[in-house]
Write a new protein. Sequence first.
Length: 206
Amino acid sequence: MKRLGVLLSGRGSNFLAIARNCAAGALQAEIALVVSNRADAAGLEAARQMGIPTVAIPSQGVPREEHDRLVAAELEKAQVDLVILAGYMRILSAWFIQRFPQRILNIHPALLPAFPGLDAQHQAWEYGVRFAGCTVHFVDEKMDSGPILAQSVVPVLETDTTDSLSARILAEEHRVYSETIAKVLAGQWRIEGRRVLFGESLTAGA
Ligand code: GRF
């Protein structure tokens, strides 16, 4: 069974969706560890209630790489195969990213490269785009910038508020993140430039 290490800072709904899929066998993996940089993260409490090992490593006032080294040590102790960012509100150091090459995934609530950064759903709504959505990508040294693994499109309705749009995007996040983790764990992919190829064209119609 492949082992996931989840990093989160907040409510943890993406973590919960992944944990439920693991528990149900829909995702052939187990969450070996949940790490939060905030001891009061709701997601940490939810993990504890599910009996999933957790560790809080407060980051406030701690130099970035110093904190990342503590996090990496816990992930390595837990022998994780993939690091899953699920609302982890801290930029990772180059050191950390190099420590887990092509093994860190993030989900962003916009169709990257549009609307990186904070409040992406609001940025998209305010801009007036007709289609919003979410993106699962490998994490590289820039924010919201690594090779794209999956995207899911959510139409914007005229009646939408930022909240209603965010809720529909979040529902897609919960579906697409587990699906993408499964594809990455299956290992049938390679990266060419920025493009992630799953070999779909090789099997199509076979
Ligand atoms: C999600 O919108 C995700 O796309 C972004 O942070 C939010 C985390 O939400 N990276 P949750 O903590 O998983 O509910």
